[in-house]
Write a protein that binds this ligand. Sequence first.
Ligand code: APR
Length: 340
Amino acid sequence: MTDALTPAQQAPQSSAGTRRRFGKVAVIGAGFYGSTTAQRLAEYDIFETVVLTDIIEGRPEGLALDINQSRPIEGFETKVVGQTTKPGGEGYEAIADSSIVIITAGVPRKPGMSRMDLLETNAKIVREVAENIAKHAPSAVVIVVSNPLDEMTALTQIATGFPKNRVMGQAGMLDTARFSHFVAEELGVPIAAVRTLTLGSHGDTMVPVPSQCFVTIDGVRRPLVELLPAEKIEELVTRTRNGGGEIVALLKTGSAYFAPSAAAARMARAIAEDSGRILPVCAWVDGEYDIHGVYLGVEAEIGAEGVRRVVTTPLTDSELAALREAAAAVAAKQADVAHL
Ligand code: APR
C-alpha cells in the first residue's frame, strides 16, 4: 500500500508511541535565536513539548503554529506551544514544570558594538526572565545565551537563586564550532575530521587552545600545531574571536543564530538525555585550574542535573596563563552584575 501514501506520510516515521520523551523544554525569547532553537529542539523529536515565549504579542503563538505545521513534513511528534508573556509575568504559567529553560531574551548587537555594550539593557530583561523562571519552573536547568554571556549567566544564577550547577551559559560550543569550521576550510578537510577547543570568556578574552586541537587525516590523528604554522593558527584564532562580530557586520541588523541555536539545542539535549557528554560551556568554576568563584568557559560533563563536573584538560603554560587572565577579567565584571 505504499503507493497510496502521501508525501507527508512517507516522511521519517516518528515513534510517538514507543519513544521515551523528556517532557517540557522552554525557550524564552522568540527572536531569531529563540525561534531557531525551538525548531531544532522540536525536530529532535525527543520532547513532549517545546514552549516558546516572547513579550511581543502573538509572535510566539504565530511561530509555534508555523513550526507545528512542519510536523507532517519533517515527521516529528513534539508539539510547540507559543505564549506571549506580560511585564507582570502573566503567561509564564506556560513554562510550569519545564525541566530545561533556555534564555534567549534580549537585544542583539548592532555593527560596531561589543557584547558588553548590551550589558545594562539585557541585564534588566534577563533578571526579569530569571525571576519568572524561579517562580514557575523551580527545578529547571537553565541555559543562558543572552549577551554579554558570562555576565548574564552569573546574573541568572543570582536572580534565580538556583544551585550553580543548574545554571550554565552557551558560548564555548559556538566558539569551538567556529574555530573548527575555519580550520576545516583552511586545510580542506571534512568538518568531522577536526577537533578544536576554546575556553575562557565569550568575548575579548576567549582562549583558543591550539595544543588540544587535532585533525584526522587518512585515519591518523595529528596535532593542529604540526599542520599549520603558528601565524596561520593565530590568524584563525583571531577570526574565531571576532566570529560573532564578522557576522554582525555582514548582517547589518541582528546577530548570528544558526550556529548559536545548534549549540544551545545540543546542550539542552545532553541535559534531557542525561548523557554525560563533555561539552565546552560557561560553567561555575571553583578550584579547577586554580581558578575560584567565577562563571567561565570550560569543558564540563553535562547531565540531568546540569553541570555534573568541570573537566580540566592539559594546557600549555601560556594557555593556562591566558585562561587565568580571562577568569580575572570576567570575575571583575561578574562582581558587579548583582547590582544590575
Ligand atoms: N521577555 C521575553 N522576551 C523578550 C524580553 C522579555 N523581557 N525582552 C525582549 N524579548 C525578546 C524580543 O521581543 C525579541 O523577540 O527577545 C527577542 C530577541 O530576539 P532578536 O532581537 O531576534 O535577537 P536574537 O538574535 O534572537 O538574540 C537574542 O542572544 O546571541 C544573543 O546577543 C544576542 O542577546 C541577544 C540574544
